[in-house]
Design a protein around this ligand. Structure first.
Ligand code: URP
Ligand code: ZN
Ligand code: ZN
Ligand code: ZN
Length: 525
């Protein structure tokens, strides 16, 4: 027949248009979108009953179990993360391959990516994934400094279609100097890579952590005290200055601080190629969630070890509740290009200590916040939270903005568009979400009302959003034309694979230099 699947009676939503239409799907692709497609043209029909149909989400910021465990052991494999993603309406992940400093030669970085992909081929993947590359050492043999990084990135792109690099301005062992960041920017610019930046002033944070420890202020809450918003603002401004010096487009990941939003906005106004990502936790949670001395957090959950604030530890940390408006506004006004989850699912109860204590406790550790791994799960909650708290509560002006920040912009920013991130007939993969009808007279037993950890289908033993009320949830998640998740259940249709990417279509350098002499290859006359 003409179509494998027709979806009818839905409101099709893209980043630019919202209109009632039928979607015809053939061989895993969007084949046609039309006012009416007749039932007999398809093998299978879904009646959307008036609900919104959006492209599947693209979560371009997830951490999964990874061979080098540079960020410590997390609970989810790539398979687990794709499963949780699909249950929450996300149909593409971009995770991280870490530079392996034991590898040498011009393919050291390419091989770092290769070994990472090999880890995941045997896993059952519920949706496609791609990889960014984490660079934390630009002097070591695996990169050999500023001369060779350029060739390394060229190989990474040619071999595996990786077109983005993440660098850290904080975290002992990962933090790069300004000198090294310029080296990275020189090479990323030359190869059309996107430079992703974790902007916090690591030196000052190190000093503040030591000072807090000397004062005995070591509870989870003080993690946030050690990383104030001004240090994110400073590092963000410094990275913008480096990017301006090297004429390199940059993207700030997991932006949380109003000071950072301000300098990003100002740089964008000056015409710089500055992009930014925020995460649902910065829009919906606050530093109060990291307090633990009440023994109870977020509802009625018991806290036997008085440590429950550790569930909400991440970097940058959760901010004051008063900062949330700034985050929502910047999401709606275009300052934030994308929303990612920064899914980083550390188990709360550490298996190693008989599942009764957090891993920040051992013979030598007494729960000091510096031993709490940074990160929280979120790949399954990003889209539903943004739907309920953003779209339906009018913090996002319209559904086109919802689609833009969650689906289309991540695809454009990371070189996956238009295969991913939209619903273009003939070109886009049939990755989409059919939501429940928002104002349906009828009630749906399968539609969840609150977030609970069970719903998320990840391996993490908690969600920081436990008990959050939600007004909608993906009713169907379709991946490459197949229904993979339907009304709370998985169908046996998982066919996820590794995705090669193109260079970003947003991150082209502008060729604007503070002095012409700074241009690479400039020859004095
Ligand atoms: O706390 C966080 N964000 N953990 C994940 C690693 C990172 O910096 O993105
Ligand atoms: Zn980070
Ligand atoms: Zn406390
Ligand atoms: Zn992250």
């Amino acid at each position: 027949s003409l179509y494998d699947l027709i979806i009818k009676n839905g409101i099709v939503c893209t980043a630019s248009d919202v209109f009632p239409a039928c979607i015809g799907i053939k061989d895993g692709k969007i084949s046609s979108i039309a006012g009416n497609l007749e039932d007999h043209l398809a093998l299978e029909i879904i009646d959307a009953e008036g609900a919104l149909i959006t492209p599947g989400g693209i979560d371009a910021h997830v951490h999964v179990d990874e061979r080098l465990k540079l960020l410590g052991e997390v609970a989810d494999t790539m398979g687990d993360a794709t499963r949780s993603a699909v249950a929450g309406g996300t149909t593409t992940l971009v995770a991280f391959a870490t530079q392996d400093t034991s590898l040498t030669g011009p393919k050291a970085l390419s091989d770092s990516v290769k070994l990472t992909i090999e880890d995941y081929v045997s896993q059952k993947l519920y949706c496609d994934y791609a990889l960014h590359l984490i660079l934390f050492s630009v002097e070591k043999s695996s990169v050999t400094g500023k001369n060779i990084l350029d060739v390394q990135l060229q190989n990474v792109y040619q071999d595996y279609g990786v077109t983005s690099v993440k660098v850290f301005m904080t975290y002992p062992g990962l933090q790069l100097s300004d000198y090294d960041i310029l080296t990275v920017m020189y090479a990323t610019r030359k190869n059309g890579f996107t430079t992703m930046i974790h902007a916090e002033n690591g030196d000052v944070i190190k000093w503040l952590i030591e000072d807090l420890e000397n004062k005995g202020l070591v509870q989870p809450y003080h993690h946030g005290v050690s990383r104030p918003t001004i240090l994110e603002g400073e590092a963000t401004n410094r990275a913008i200055t480096l990017a301006q010096t090297m004429d390199t487009p940059i993207l700030f990941v997991h932006v949380s601080a109003p000071e950072a939003v301000d300098v990003i906005r100002r740089g964008q106004t000056r015409g710089m190629k500055i992009f930014a990502e925020t995460c649902p936790q910065y829009a919906l949670l606050s530093e109060e969630d990291t307090r633990c001395h009440h023994g109870v957090s977020q509802g009625n959950e018991e806290d036997p070890d008085q440590f429950i604030g550790a569930k909400d530890i991440c970097s940058p940390p959760l901010r004051k509740a008063a900062c949330q408006d700034t985050i929502w506004n910047a999401m709606d006004n275009g300052t934030f290009t994308i929303v990612g989850s920064d899914h980083c699912p550390y188990l709360y109860y550490d298996k190693l200590s008989n599942a009764s204590k957090h891993r920040a406790f051992s013979d030598t550790k007494n729960g000091e916040f510096r031993y709490i791994p940074n990160g929280m799960p979120g790949v399954g909650t990003r889209l539903p939270l943004l739907y309920s708290y953003g779209l339906l509560q009018r913090r996002l002006s319209n559904v086109t903005k919802f689609v833009e920040v969650n689906c289309t912009n991540p695809a454009k920013l990371y070189g996956l568009y238009p295969q991913k991130g939209s619903l273009l007939p003939g070109v886009s993969d049939a990755d989409l979400v059919i939501w429940y009808p928002d104002n349906a007279k009828k009630s749906f037993a399968s539609k969840p009302k609150v977030i609970s950890n069970k719903l998320l289908n990840h391996k993490c033993d908690y969600t920081p959003f436990e008990g959050f009320e939600i007004s909608n949830w993906p009713r169907y998640t379709v991946v490459k034309g197949k229904i993979v998740y339907q009304e709370g259940k998985f169908l046996d249709n998982a066919t996820g694979t590794y995705l090669k990417r193109m260079p970003s279509e947003m991150c082209a350098p502008r060729d604007r230099w503070p002095y012409p002499e700074l241009r690479p290859g400039y020859v004095p006359s």
